[in-house]
Design a protein around this ligand. Structure first.
Ligand SMILES: [Zn+2]
Length: 440
């Protein structure tokens, strides 16, 4: 491995945002811990209210989440597509959604005065795609198409950073089956797949009965992270184990058994939503298959959304300390940071290139650490200062090269910011420890 491929912290574009009363982003605009930390530490940067740049560390984390999601979508036979963001308004008229859409729907006209929506979701677009090749043979099904793309919603009051922005990154899958029974099987399979995704992410989640809202359909579930700032309320009944969005309940009562006392109501952040749609979109938009007796029949659809940028922010919200980001291990931009001694110190003279050698050995011994190790080469700063920065950005393992690394049996200081443990380990012990303790 050549030295040029080493990731050096000084080269990372990570502009911090100072949040004050006078700056372009003031304290009143910063409404959640995750938003503040991600802005302050250069993970994201606001472009205008509700719109954010993902900076290199943010993108690295987002790409890790995309990889997990792509893998799971492939496991359930999903095929990746990418629909345009601008969708002809006529499709939304046909489905009947345009008139009820309200001001949250971005709309614009092209030079020919044709109207488009900047899509918040793609049921119409994907149904129209299938319609354009309909009727398809029943042998083509089940068909499961998904995309990962930016979605748009003109929030009256964007807040909590990536959690309620006006542009956000979603994974949306649309499934097509030939009958209700197989559509239900697809639905259960996808719910199971969502369980797998959230287990991999590693933040505690719950799946509850959901509201169908303006998407519609007959069955719906929501996946939530519990959090104080969550805008959804979820009711749990200890009497019958029912759990559902509070919007489904009357007067804070369990809608199944009527229990009023043995219930908990928690604030939650919705991170995923599944819908069994039936033929709500396939019928008006004519997405059909050819039955065995050669008749075109409307397909049974499901739609499955995951808010990827929201999952990222919500994970940070749930796991972080007040002043220090904590990531799920699988989503951290880097997992290991190596801090060499300060420039001009005796330790620096005695440990030349040790950081680079250790970096190379870590990556070659632990393949999944490739591109996940960082050298903090800001040698004019003290070890203490860089250690503090590493804790704030939330790198799980902080390896400090100090005078013990220049002894006859070199030892490295390994700090685990999750357990607050500190160990002195030989190079081999260090590599085994990290190998055994990281799940990526
Ligand atoms: Zn109940």
């Amino acid at each position: 491995m050549s030295v040029s491929s080493i990731h050096y912290l000084s080269k990372i574009f990570q502009p911090v945002t100072v949040i004050s009363k006078t700056a372009s982003i003031s304290r009143k605009d910063v409404t959640s811990k995750s938003q503040r930390l991600m802005l302050e530490l250069g993970i994201i940067r606001q472009s205008s209210p509700g719109f954010f740049h993902f900076l290199p560390l943010g993108i690295k984390s987002l790409n890790k989440l995309k990889k997990i999601v792509n893998q799971e979508m492939n496991n359930v036979g999903g095929q990746n597509v990418l629909c345009p963001s601008l969708i002809n308004c006529n499709l939304w008229k046909t489905s009947g959604r345009l008139e009820n859409a309200g001001p949250e729907l971005f709309q614009l006209k092209d030079r020919h005065r044709h109207s488009y929506v900047l899509s918040p979701t793609h049921e119409e677009a994907i149904s129209d795609l299938i319609s354009s090749v309909s009727p398809l043979s029943y042998k083509q099904f089940p068909l499961r198409l998904y995309q990962i793309s930016s979605k748009y919603r003109d929030e009256i009051k964007p807040r909590f950073g990536l959690m309620r922005g006006r542009e956000f990154v979603m994974k949306d899958m649309y499934t097509f089956d030939t009958d209700i029974e197989s559509a239900k099987q697809t639905y259960d399979l996808l719910c199971e797949s969502y369980n797998n995704i959230f287990k991999k992410v590693g933040v505690d989640f719950i799946k509850v009965l959901g509201t169908t809202g303006n998407i519609g359909g007959s069955v719906s579930h929501e996946f939530h992270f519990k959090a104080e700032i969550g805008e959804d309320k979820v009711l749990f009944c200890h009497n019958c184990n029912y759990s559902g969005n509070l919007d489904l309940c009357n007067n804070e009562k369990c809608p199944v058994c009527g229990e009023e006392k043995q219930i908990d109501i928690s604030n939650c952040i919705e991170v995923g939503h599944t819908f069994l749609l039936g033929d709500k979109y396939s019928k008006p938009l004519k997405a059909t298959f050819l039955s065995k007796d050669n008749k075109p029949v409307a397909l049974q659809m499901g739609c499955f959304g995951l808010g990827l940028s929201r999952i990222l922010a919500a994970s940070v919200e749930v796991l972080s300390l007040e002043q220090e980001i904590r990531w799920p291990d699988v989503l951290a931009p880097y997992n290991v940071v190596i801090i060499p001694p300060k420039m001009g110190s005796k330790e620096e003279q005695d440990t030349k290139h040790v950081a680079e050698i250790l970096y190379t050995r870590l990556e070659s011994a632990i393949p999944h650490l490739t591109d996940n190790v960082l050298v903090d080469d800001r040698l004019s700063l003290t070890i203490g200062r860089r250690h503090l920065d590493a804790r704030r950005v939330g790198y799980r393992y902080v390896i400090v090269i100090n005078k013990k690394a220049s002894e006859s049996v070199p030892l490295f200081e390994l700090n685990d910011i999750k357990t607050n443990g500190q160990l002195y380990l030989s190079e081999n012990e260090l590599i085994s420890f990290i190998k055994d303790n990281t799940v990526l």
